[in-house]
Design a protein around this ligand. Sequence first.
Ligand code: ZN
Length: 134
Amino acid sequence: MFKKIDHIAIAVKDIESAILFFKERYGLETTSQDTVGDTKAAFLPIGDTRLELVQAVTPEGVIAKHIEKKGEGIHHIAFEVEDVGSSLEKVKSDGVACIDKVPRKGAHDSMVAFLHPNSNYGILVELVQHHKKE
Ligand code: ZN
């Protein structure tokens, strides 16, 4: 079902200083940024996968709440799938707890769906489909 690890997301309080940190410390370039809902995201390619830095736009944002509870650090792991709709249906029918009942819009016109950490060894899992099916 999974094609590859699409990205690993890190929750940060200040995305601009995190971008600077990963550039100066590790030479990683930020190639794109996007804001979806209450989350600001920056993508830093590494080989054929990416780091995603995520920051809350508002103090009530999901990322702000995550940082409040757990501090900064890994927020979710995203797996690329061919068809997020059918992948979501499949895991739902397998009994995996899903945060999204139907796929929703992610960064850069992707379609995404999040699966609950309780069903995934404590990891928040994101399914990503990059290109809409023709
Ligand atoms: Zn993500």
